[in-house]
Design a protein around this ligand. Structure first.
Ligand SMILES: Cc1cc2nc3c(=O)[nH]c(=O)nc-3n(C[C@H](O)[C@H](O)[C@H](O)COP(=O)(O)OP(=O)(O)OC[C@H]3O[C@@H](n4cnc5c(N)ncnc54)[C@H](O)[C@@H]3O)c2cc1C
Length: 379
């Protein structure tokens, strides 16, 4: 039998069963398209993450939200409260996300999920089909959505080490902190969230171009917890993450059947690291594309151009002036209406939000970096 006619054939192949791959696969359940999801990890040994975001965009996984906060503290030498009552700050555990979606995919008739298959090559051909070659099989597909991490280098990263802890007595004076800036000579802060039933997440976070030591970051978190809340806790699990912060992403070609998704497709908000909601927005746009409708993955509007420019300037300033940047960020929270800042951080500001936020930034420094950005490569 001819090798090519005997191989499995799909309309859509999704490479990577992570956040972006599964978000798209879930939306394709019950569609007339035959879909496969291919991942190199084991089903029962998945990398666990906790995704938080402000509820500024509706998506199909809202019922998985484990926790929601209506206010967050931002603290530098003084503190301010970010009122999130209009856009609750919510958290989804990727363990719940995976279990929910894998159960639904198992029941579906049009989607195959294959674990422990490492995609090694994708060959695009002129007949509109692509060959996906893994270490244990080859399949043919119409569309390829690829979420494998890209090898491109990014100077700035958000690096964080988190401890999930359980206190043996409830913390009466606990306040969730979005950013509790330390007095280090770096852009560094602690982050803390309640997760219900005496459980909390504490994180040490850096925006940096340097390598960081995980062990010393874990010690920082312990010291922080002990200083604020005492020693009466146990660690349930740990989390470590490095999110590339860059505005230098190569965008997809709208006419191609090979489409990058997730972080390699620029879903991370460059100046904040928030990614989850942008992945949901992108998945909705890809569905429009698969349904033959017009779609806009990265709207090239004036507003978006300004936002990307601001992200680049903020990253340049954080890189060169980490200590001053903490004051700039704090003042952004302090001087602007909470809803405005949340829309800005969530990539959904109005033009007026952007104008007022820029108005409240230190103008001379931004003008200096705006001029410099014409002669330096994007971060
Ligand atoms: C610890 C952590 C916490 C985070 N917290 C937040 C948060 O609070 N809020 C937020 O908005 N964002 C957060 N992010 C950022 C972002 O939301 C996540 O990283 C998100 O998982 C990115 O989705 P993705 O699909 O691009 O990548 P992933 O979820 O990493 O998926 C990629 C998939 O591709 C598979 N794969 C890789 N190579 C191959 C290959 N060769 N063949 C087959 N499969 C392959 C991997 O196994 C993986 O399953 C966090 C990131 C981390 C690391």
């Amino acid at each position: 039998m001819d090798y090519l006619t005997s191989m499995k054939q799909y309309d859509v192949a999704i490479i990577g069963a992570g956040c972006s791959g599964l978000s798209l696969a879930y939306r394709l359940i019950g569609s007339p398209l035959k879909v496969c999801v291919l991942d190199n990890s084991k089903r029962d040994n998945r990398y666990r993450k906790t995704w938080s975001y402000w509820n500024t965009y509706e998506h199909p996984f809202q019922h998985l939200q484990a926790n929601s906060n209506s206010s967050l503290v931002v603290k530098n030498s003084s503190q301010t409260i970010l009122d999130c009552s209009n856009y609750n700050y919510s958290t989804i555990d990727s363990y719940d996300f995976d279990n929910f979606i894998f159960d639904e995919l198992e029941k579906s008739k049009n989607i195959d999920v294959v674990f422990e298959t490492n995609i090694e090559d994708i060959q695009l051909s002129d007949d509109g089909y692509s060959l996906i070659i893994s270490d244990n099989e080859t399949c043919k597909t119409g569309y390829v959505f690829d979420s494998r991490p890209s090898n491109s280098f990014s100077t700035m990263k958000q690096i964080f080490k988190g401890l999930f802890v359980e206190f043996h007595h409830p913390l009466k004076d606990f306040q969730a902190h979005l950013m509790d800036f330390s007095d280090k000579n770096q852009f560094h802060f602690f982050y803390s969230l309640p997760l219900g039933k005496g459980k909390y997440l504490f994180e040490s976070t850096y925006y940096t171009s340097l390598e960081m030591d995980k062990e010393s970051m874990a010690s920082e978190v312990h010291d922080y917890i002990v200083e604020k809340y005492g020693e009466d806790y146990s660690v349930i699990r740990e989390e470590y993450g490095e999110i590339p912060l860059t505005t230098n992403t190569k965008l997809n070609n709208n006419k191609s059947n090979y489409i990058k998704i997730g972080i390699p497709a620029g879903s991370t908000r460059a100046s904040t690291g928030y990614t989850f909601l942008n992945i949901q927005k992108q998945a909705d746009e890809y569905m429009k594309m698969l349904n033959g409708k017009s779609f806009i993955e990265h709207p090239k509007t004036f507003k978006n151009k300004i936002l990307r420019k601001m992200d680049n300037l903020l990253l340049m300033i954080i890189k060169d002036h980490p200590t001053e940047s903490k004051n700039i960020l704090f003042e952004m929270f302090n001087r602007n209406q909470a809803q405005r800042v949340i829309r800005f951080l969530s990539d959904t500001p109005s033009l007026m939000d952007i104008i007022l936020i820029i108005w409240n930034m230190p103008k001379l420094l931004f003008i200096k970096y705006a001029i410099r950005s014409f002669t330096t490569p994007k971060i």
